[in-house]
Design a protein around this ligand. Structure first.
Ligand SMILES: CCCCCCCCCC(=O)SCCNC(=O)CCNC(=O)[C@H](O)C(C)(C)COP(=O)(O)OP(=O)(O)OC[C@H]1O[C@@H](n2cnc3c(N)ncnc32)[C@H](O)[C@@H]1OP(=O)(O)O
Length: 209
């Protein structure tokens, strides 16, 4: 299945910007849908309009999500990634930066669509964000890998709707194994989630099945 990695459309800046703007509108739609109090008849009417819009997009469907042009770090090509991808309406998105010393950092805010316990972030969502941040920290060593283990320690509830910070850094590389640690913190600076992961650099491009 190597072709799933090489046979991708690579978008120009303009194409990417327009699709990112569309994804942002779909994110707003999801949030509005989650919180709406409209009556059933109005919900049905809106559903019919959205179905028509979905058909318009499906009229020009790709086999796989596109890639962006290679960025400075080479880490930001997956523009439809579910954590960082500006083209993925399921992504918050978390705009992760990697510093020259390998520290991964992002500030982000999670709206109500990510609710787990009332008013707090779903633990699986926190784990997904940690997986991405830790994976990028691992890749910053020069040896990107697949997540082999991911341990999350939920120290206190992570609040929705306020600025959060994710930070991660690789601690060591042992052969094909890369170890990384990170945290999510609330606006008061207190850590809500700690995570540690081990990534393994595949010997060849991973198969999809
Ligand atoms: C590039 C931009 C940044 C991208 C960021 C991405 C972040 C998101 C990353 C992901 O979410 S990846 C998706 C979730 N992970 C997976 O789907 C991984 C599925 N598993 C695999 O593909 C393979 O099992 C794996 C590549 C992890 C390892 O397969 P290998 O065939 O290379 O391992 P091998 O059997 O040769 O074992 C090598 C060593 O690793 C150890 N090992 C393998 N899998 C392990 C595991 N799961 N846990 C602990 N140890 C493991 C194994 O015991 C052995 O240890 P020793 O060398 O000490 O003997």
């Amino acid at each position: 299945m190597r072709e799933v990695f090489v046979d991708r459309d690579v978008l120009s800046g303009d194409d990417e910007a327009e699709l990112a703007a569309l994804a942002a509108r779909v994110r707003e739609l999801a949030e509005a849908m989650t919180l709406t109090k409209v009556e059933p008849a109005e919900a049905a009417s809106v559903a019919a309009e959205i179905a028509a819009l979905t058909e318009r997009l499906k009229a020009a469907r790709r086999a796989h999500p596109p890639f962006g042009t290679v960025g400075e770090s080479g880490l930001d090509r997956q523009i439809a990634n579910p954590v960082t991808g500006r083209l993925n309406p399921l992504a918050p998105p978390v705009d992760i930066e990697v510093s020259e010393d390998g520290i991964v950092r992002a500030e982000f805010t999670l709206p109500a669509v990510y609710e787990g316990p009332p008013t707090f972030v779903h633990g699986g969502v926190s784990a997904m964000i940690m997986d991405q941040a830790l994976g990028m920290a691992a890749a910053a060593t020069g040896t990107p890998g697949m997540t082999a283990t991911l341990e999350t320690r939920y120290r206190r509830p992570t609040p929705l709707g306020v600025p959060l910070t994710v930070e991660a850094k690789a601690s060591r590389v042992e052969g094909r194994k890369i170890y990384a640690d990170g945290t999510i913190s609330g606006p008061d600076g207190r850590v809500t989630v700690e995570a540690s992961a081990m990534f393994i650099a595949p010997q060849s491009a991973p198969a999809a099945s």
